[in-house]
Design a protein around this ligand. Sequence first.
Ligand code: NAG
Ligand code: NAG
Length: 445
Amino acid sequence: MLATVVRWLLLMHLLVHQCASSNSFNGTHNKVELDATTTTPATVWRRPPIEYERDLVIELIEGAEYPIEKHVLTTTDGYILKLHRIPDPMQYPASGERSTDPKVADDPADGLLRFGPAKTFRGTVLLMPGLFSTAADFVVTGPENGLAFVLADAGYDVWLANVRGSRFSRKNVKLSVADSEFWDFSFHEIGTIDLPAIIDYILRETNAPKLYYVGHNQGMTNLFALLSAKPRYNRKIHHAIGLATIGYLGTTDNRVVRRAAELTDKLYSTLKALNIHELKPTPDIVRLMSGLVCSSDMNELCVEMLRGFFGSTVDRSRHLLPTMVDDLLTSVSTRQLIHIGQLMQTKKFQQFDYRNYMLNTQKYAQAKPPEYNLSRVLLPVSLFHGAKDFITSAKDALRLKDELRNVKNFLEIPDLNHVGFVYSDRLYARVNRKIIEIFNQHPKA
Ligand SMILES: *[C@@H]1O[C@H](CO)[C@@H](O)[C@H](O)[C@H]1NC(C)=O
Ligand SMILES: *[C@@H]1O[C@H](CO)[C@@H](O)[C@H](O)[C@H]1NC(C)=O
């Protein structure tokens, strides 16, 4: 049975292969131009080999010679969360040397936007990773593309979150990861408990009145859950950007995703019966993927498997693959996955359905789970949608845009899929440069 679960997980990982992108987008929003002059050079960024137990985020940031801080906080329900931070460059005058680095100065594409005007402090930003992910998502593509680095260069104080259950936040003051209660959460609890704790911690720590926010996939869903429950958090964020946001789901053409969604109820009861609450990549799979199959001596199987997942990056940055595979290795609660399956099944953006009248009424005082109230999301929002996204279709993304009250930008990126927002080696030109432009248009008060 466990094998079924693992297969299902792998299926989720591999489903881009079936990616149906024929349904070209037909809206009225902005399409991002694929401007050749702003393409980031596809250089392979090398770093020393890593071990699974070590902190990948710290290694990647240190490897790139950026300052790094580690912070730890405890949520009201006892989860101990680790935050990574690339602090405000103003505090680190030595980092000014980097802007005279010939490699950097010679890159005409970057221009003023990225490395100047010299060291103006632009604000505090929180980066929220998606499902199956950690803060490593924002640094894994290296200093030329990684959002955390790019924002730090542009003058932002960058905070990276790791939510409950993920590789860097597997502790609770009362519970251990072996307890089923530890895993009794989905994006709802991450959004309504972890996220406000993280935001308040950062605001306290930095003395800033507000922060900027970027969420990938579930990272933005968390914010919607928070604002729907606690609208006062609208006042704590200048502007929020969602990359491949999960909100409304269920209209994708991808056959594998649809099939997985159909199996949600079955999977839920199976996992419950088996008492499986954590979906975790086993060390064997890890070793197999990153050590053997995906070693530097690239096996075609690995390339084939990952090409679907990572897109064309695979062909241009093969040396990055072991790091990427490593980045994928984090646990999720089964409830989290089932919750997303339910969104696909019901096509509603709503809280977790216990599929049990008693439990639902106990929890929600009604038989059906309540929908998230998106009219409470009042802060300015910008959404990026990849035209090749195999989970959120263009239709889903537009529906979300229409439900939100204050969407400032809706950007369609023609050649990105769902995970391309993390792994594409063209992130700087396609996405991250625009994130900085948007934030700069909404300066901190
Ligand atoms: C896009 O819109 C045009 C005109 O409204 C229509 O002819 C075309 O079929 C649409 N394409 C898609 C993919 O929906
Ligand atoms: C959603 O929130 C708005 C603003 O708080 C409120 O007026 C409205 O009644 C809510 N809708 C539902 C269905 O709860």
